[in-house]
Design a protein around this ligand. Structure first.
Ligand code: SF4
Length: 499
């Protein structure tokens, strides 16, 4: 399969990760690796291969500033070793100081997968037990179910006002047959993604498989749309087309020059003038304002430009009122920041966010994401919850886990002789993946040794699988023991999970 199809509810195999960089704008994780404090082994080994805008999260963790991590689980079956990647990612970020959120996407499971509430309850519990058993700290972190979280529901409703059906159609391929609950589950998921920022905006990372990227892109977009002061947009609108320049000139003629005499009040006057213009005209007028100020500057009038850049092309009258208040009330803050503003867009965004929060807005930062590779199924092809032999459930009996590894396909050669001569194909081997993704744990040397011995022809598949199978048996036994131990923790956490 050549094409990359990103469908959150469909197939979860991506045949060519390079295309994700080229076509979808996912960036290579390697490029930020150095900025990450004590990177997780999944990052070091390239299992986490891509990201969107991860730098602010890495920086916040480095500097001890607020950051958050959130991922959701659709409880459609037992958690398996593929889910463990995401559990590990959440826990690692929590240990680096991020606020950690694990949520059960029960509404999505019901709406998109048709799961009954009984099935959902049973699986939800199992996901949370594994998350806790792997080290999630429920005292420091937050666990919730979509359906039980009133704040998420309210936020979903608000976000829904910013999205429409044609957009869902083009992003998710929804059509006339798509039921309303499915659409509602999408806005709920958007609310989940932004939930960690409800109290204060902060860099937030969503660790997911690349098939979830459409959700991430939509959430980033909605986060921006919820903002009424958009610095970067305003910066962009500053580059005007010739026709727009004419409109600007016209608008400028109409304004009373006297209004611009007083530097202190200039922006407020322009904002008021714009607030009085009909809503439909605002798009042009936001551009217009930028140009008016350029002209003022050309005329040597030193307009206070930075403030004007908080104008939003899509702003409403209320937003303009809030802006006027902001300009009046926050004048000093702005003036202190003018220099920084001119040189550093990121600082300016931060400032805009502060002002927005002070004025009752959310000030959301577009959420960041990291993407991990999908594990290959033990039987070759993709790992699938519906094919038991292709995956190892975290609930599999340790002996069963052992057997599954023993019967896995490998990247080995036809004969032992050929293997010694040419070496094995570790890069195509599901067993090697087990070592790299899970069995070698934090021990890079061991993972590298397996790889080198395999491709060097010193390792033969029989022994290699035996070793992996034993490690898997140990891992499952230990994990299941820990699951039993954390039952009590879950009981305590469930007080918040249940209504
Ligand atoms: Fe895979 Fe191990 Fe065989 Fe190499 S030696 S191909 S890693 S099973």
């Amino acid at each position: 399969v050549d094409d990359v199809a990103l469908d959150p509810w469909g197939s979860s195999s991506v045949s060519d990760y390079r295309k994700l960089f080229e076509e979808f704008g996912i960036e290579e994780f390697d490029e930020v690796l150095e900025e990450v404090p004590h990177p997780h082994y999944l990052m070091r080994r390239g299992v986490i291969f891509g990201h969107r805008d991860y730098r602010p999260v890495a920086e916040a963790m480095r500097e001890g500033e607020p950051a958050a991590v959130l991922s959701g689980f659709m409880p459609t079956g037992d958690p398996h070793i593929g889910h463990k990647l995401v559990f590990d990612e959440i826990i690692w970020h929590q240990r680096q100081g991020a606020d950690a959120y694990g949520l059960i996407a029960d509404l999505e499971a019901h709406a998109a997968r048709g799961m009954s509430w009984e099935e959902i309850d049973e699986h939800a519990r199992s996901y949370l037990l594994s998350l806790l058993a792997l080290g999630f700290d429920p005292e420091e972190g937050t666990l919730y179910r979509q359906s039980e979280n009133r704040e998420v529901q309210d936020l979903a409703f608000e976000l829904g006002a910013e999205a429409n059906f044609s957009e869902f159609q083009s992003i998710y391929g929804f059509d006339g047959e798509t039921d309303v609950s499915h659409m509602q589950s999408v806005v709920t998921q958007m609310a989940d993604i932004l939930y960690p920022q409800l109290e204060e905006p902060k860099p937030t990372v969503i660790p997911v498989g690349p098939d979830q990227d459409p959700h991430v892109r939509l959430a980033r977009d909605l986060a921006e749309r919820m903002r009424f002061f958009k610095v970067s947009k305003a910066y962009a609108s500053f580059e005007l087309e010739p026709e727009e320049r004419d409109l600007v000139a016209e608008f400028y003629e109409e304004l009373e020059p006297a209004e611009f005499d007083d530097d202190q009040l200039r922006c407020t006057h322009v904002a008021e003038a714009l607030a009085e213009t009909p809503l439909a005209d605002l798009e042009t007028d936001a551009d217009t304002l930028s140009s008016v100020l350029t002209k003022l500057e050309e005329a040597g009038m030193e307009p206070i430009r930075p403030r004007t850049r908080f104008f939003d092309r899509r702003a409403t009258d209320e937003a303009f009122e809030a802006l006027i208040d902001a300009v009046e009330g926050e004048k000093r803050v702005y003036e202190n920041h003018v220099d920084a503003f001119e040189v550093d867009l990121a600082d300016a965004e931060e400032l805009a966010r502060e002002v927005e929060v002070d004025n009752g807005g959310y000030g959301f930062r577009p959420p960041s994401s990291i993407y991990h590779r999908f594990m290959t199924g033990l039987t070759g092809g993709k790992m699938s919850s519906s094919i038991p032999a292709s995956h190892i459930s975290l609930l599999d009996d340790p002996e069963k886990g052992y057997d599954k590894v023993k019967s896995a396909t490998t990247g080995g050669r036809e004969t032992a002789e050929e293997q010694r001569e040419k070496g094995g194909r570790a890069d195509e081997c599901p067993v090697y993946e087990l070592y790299a993704y899970l069995l070698a744990g934090d021990d890079d040397e061991f993972a590298k040794l397996v790889y080198d011995e395999c491709v060097g022809g010193e390792r033969l598949c029989g022994d290699c699988k035996e070793q992996a199978a034993e490690l898997m048996r140990e891992f499952l036994a230990e994990h299941q023991e820990k699951r039993a131990e954390v039952e009590e923790l879950l009981e305590e956490a469930e007080i918040e999970l249940e209504s």
